[in-house]
Design a binder for this molecule. Sequence first.
Ligand code: SAH
Length: 248
Amino acid sequence: MVRPMTTAKIRLYVDHPLGSGQSVPLNRDQAHYLFGVMRLGVGAQVLLFNGHDGEWQAEVVQAGKRGGVLRADAQTRILQMPPDLWLLFAPIKKARTDFIVEKATEMGAARICAVQTAHTNADRIRQDRLQAHAIEAAEQCGGTYVPPVDDLQRLDRLLDGWNASRHILFCDEGLAGQAPALISDLTSTSVPWAILIGPEGGFSEAERARLHALPHAHAISLGPRILRADTAAVAALTLWQSALGDWG
Ligand code: SAH
């Protein structure tokens, strides 16, 4: 849960249906945050979203140490879905992985998939922690949608079962320094898409060969310098959003 800026109302994600007059029970953490940390009391107004029903203005009707109840009154925003863009990334060090999930949520990814590649050091992720980061990022950035964060899966298996109608933007560090036409290539295609970012160790030769051979994968360069995976994720999301996404 994120501290609001001075003028902004508190925005809270709740795992509960939202509608006019709907009572929303709070769990211990939420009650601690609203009534302990933020010092709200009965009658205070907050904004709620649940990822499905848009954003709702709600009033505190019960405030306790271990729980409480809010009442949703009026919808303030409708659900705004991001474009159908997945981010596939190989988990790296903890803080950088957290950063990728946070930034992907802010940048408008519809789904976040951790993939295990040949050179990925992790063999598991804390899916629940990463999902909590996505929720916090959505609370902070005014999002009404929370991208699901999938548990770690092997890239080769994911590609085995891949639906070829989803294009893959394959960020290939082997192309660094080359300048393939990209924005114009991308704008001639339609959604759905997935961005694929490799680990710090890069892709293996076998992975690169396989990806280059896939007709639905488009290999691109992200410029002349080798970016860290977290930087590469933000750069690729920016590129895609400005070419094909919901930026305007
Ligand atoms: N160790 C590798 C770099 C890996 S960078 C090497 O030295 O070659 C981590 C990931 O970020 C890469 O797998 C790729 O997906 C992406 N990336 C970083 N810089 C890139 C660039 N200039 N072009 C395309 N992808 C890049």
